[in-house]
Write a protein that binds this ligand. Sequence first.
Ligand SMILES: N[C@@H](CCC(=O)N[C@@H](CS)C(=O)NCC(=O)O)C(=O)O
Length: 212
Amino acid sequence: MLTIWGRTSSVNVQKVLWCAEELGLRYERVDVGGAHGGNREPSYLARNPNGRVPLLTEGDFAIWESNSIVRYLAARYGAGGPQGEGALWNADPAERGLADQWMDWQQTTLAPPMTTVFWGHVRTPPERRDMAAIGQAARDAAAAWAIVEGHLSRHEYLSGTRFGMGDIPAGAMAWRWFRLPVERPAMPALSRWFDALQRRPGYRKWVMVELT
Ligand SMILES: N[C@@H](CCC(=O)N[C@@H](CS)C(=O)NCC(=O)O)C(=O)O
């Protein structure tokens, strides 16, 4: 049985839950992290020494880091086609490499400013907000989204011609971008992609939730 460990308010947990829905997987979920705690327990740390969520376990196998979990699920359960292709997985090394690129980029470039904006507006009381830092992060995030806009003005999806694993990490963050009270420069291709994501049942179920 697949078990996804993590609170549903975490964007990194949302990626994994959305991915599992895309693949039509059966899984159980356990609330861990935030107010639920549990992620500093020795039994949890034994499987995820990083002490963060999400964690995915499958029997004795344990894997953490959200994007690695998405890759694992896509490769294991979404690659059953005759050419090794599948629902989320592209067998062609070049096309899969581009999906990997967007996944790594989400972690390294998009997530830092988005995290500052999200925490500033959603998880920090108004009197304690550093508005200068939040404003700068919002501009940095807008510059990062402009890179996505450039790609999406030439391609249907981040993963290429069809939806794939490369769309999941940035796609999960897009919901926050369009909900947060920030100035968003017009990005028509980004909006078109975001509209398409909102029609996906797994996205609706796990990502399109109130920001908390
Ligand atoms: N790079 C990691 C980041 C994991 C992470 O920072 N998770 C946060 C939630 S988004 C966490 O565990 N926070 C502590 C907590 O929830 O108690 C990943 O993508 O999985």
